[in-house]
Write a protein that binds this ligand. Structure first.
Ligand code: NZQ
Ligand code: ZN
Length: 391
């Protein structure tokens, strides 16, 4: 483990079929006014809204609602939420939904007491929070982002065609999160597999960096093996509790800072995917699956040994009698087959991206330097070009 780091994760998790009961323990710790944040209505259709509201009432809370948080939440909606939170004098923001709702709740929480332009402060200048943060609790209904146990908040600015993530410190992590795998059973299959690939990508973004022997990589390989297995089960039977609960727990550990320890981390797949998201508003995990193969094929020659290790330890490729490059390529081949088995989107054309957007996509892609290759703008262009459907 190279480097110096601190590790602290302040989020208390309640996991399992009875997890919602955790609200009885958590809610009394905060003041009376609760801003209940949710998305486009799935929680009203599947009964989660009623259950949460019931417990809020039992705990004597004054509930103020802020619904209609869209997937890939916008900065305009954040400003609306800030106004609601101020009017409510919110003591706690309770996010009930997926990553979008949790991310949005965090963006509101750091903005309620901020006098500055929050887009400029947090998503352009990437400044730290300098005001009082309103605590956020989450009841998770969609698995993938890890937002339930991290400081990430990804906000879209449609006018500027930018989708930007700010990773806040542990003062912005949710104070608690409720993880009941059954709450994810009503997710459409498209969303479920998109979330599964988001988890995969989070682990790989951290794994594909560095050349030292690092405990984080061994943890990542274990998480990946569990994910690959459970994804295969869940895609055949989405109501398999064992598989769905493993996926939910893996998602949390994939992006709660643990496996990043001692790593420089890459995040280029996310930068490419977020550019696609800014232009198309496509589902996050699918933007990642659509660009991954061209990106990994591009960087593989810069990290053959690591890709070969990935092939052997994660995809069970037998290395005997093969060159390191052949082993590495076989690993990617097995990964691609798994992606197709799950029904992931494998090109950006299917997400609405067009060749007319190419210049814009390249321009909106932030270049990161922690991975195995620092991409030039031309290489970014080549990844997008390879991600279009063949004509
Ligand atoms: O809005 P509702 O009606 O609730 O419907 C949602 C939404 O349409 C639906 N859904 C959620 N739970 C459901 C359900 N439908 C039926 N049954 C349920 N139980 O699913 C749709 C997608 O939800 P969303 O929250 O957008 O998905 P996800 O959890 O993938 O979040 C995506 C957002 O998180 C950001 C992404 O960029 C994107 O904006 N990310 C956040 C990260 C973080 N905080 O660290 C890291 C990630 O890399 C990611 O960038
Ligand atoms: Zn992601």
């Amino acid at each position: 483990m190279l480097g110096n780091f601190t590790y602290c994760n302040p989020t208390r998790l309640y996991f399992g079929k009875n997890a919602l009961e955790g609200l009885h323990e958590e809610l009394p710790k905060y003041g009376k006014n609760v801003l209940l944040v949710f998305g486009g209505g799935s929680i009203k259709r599947n009964g989660i809204y009623e259950k949460v509201l019931g417990i809020l009432k039992e705990c004597g809370k004054e509930v103020f609602e802020d619904g209609g948080v869209m997937p890939n939440p916008t900065i305009e909606k954040v400003k609306e939420g800030v106004a609601r939170a101020r009017a409510a004098r919110a003591d706690l923001i309770l996010a009930v939904g997926g990553g979008s709702v949790c991310d949005y709740a965090k963006a509101v929480s750091v903005s309620v007491n901020c006098e500055e332009d929050v887009w400029e402060k947090y998503f352009v200048r990437f400044e730290d929070v300098s005001c009082k943060v309103v605590p956020v609790g989450c009841v998770l209904t969609m698995v993938g982002t890890g937002s339930e146990m991290n400081g990430g908040s990804v906000i879209t600015n449609p006018a500027e065609k930018l989708k930007v993530g700010h990773v806040f410190g542990d003062n912005v992590f949710p104070v608690f999160s409720v993880l009941n795998p059954e709450f994810t059973f009503t997710l459409p299959k498209y969303q479920m597999v998109s979330g599964i690939y988001d988890i995969m990508s989070h682990i790989l973004e951290q794994y594909f960096s560095g050349t030292d022997d690092n405990t984080s990589d061994y943890i990542s390989e274990g998480l990946l093996r569990s994910l690959i297995r459970s994804a295969r089960v869940a895609v055949k039977d989405p109501l398999d509790y064992e598989a769905r609960s493993n996926i939910m727990w893996t998602a949390t550990w994939a992006l709660n800072t643990l496996v990043a320890k001692g790593k420089t981390t890459d995040w280029m797949v996310h930068m490419l995917g977020q550019a696609v998201g800014a232009f198309t508003n496509a589902t996050h995990g699918m933007t990642l699956s659509a660009v991954s193969m061209p990106y990994y094929k591009l960087i593989l020659p810069c990290a053959v040994a690591k890709f070969a290790r990935y092939a052997v330890n994660v995809w069970e490729v037998d290395p005997s009698g093969k060159t390191e490059t052949a082993v590495a390529l076989e690993g990617l081949k097995r990964m691609e087959a798994w992606m197709r088995e799950l029904g992931l989107v494998m090109n950006i054309s299917d997400l609405g991206a067009t060749r007319e957007m190419l210049d814009g996509l390249v321009g909106s892609t932030f270049i990161k330097e922690g991975g195995y290759k620092v991409l030039t703008k031309e290489e970014v262009r080549s990844v997008f070009l390879a991600s279009f459907k063949e004509e």
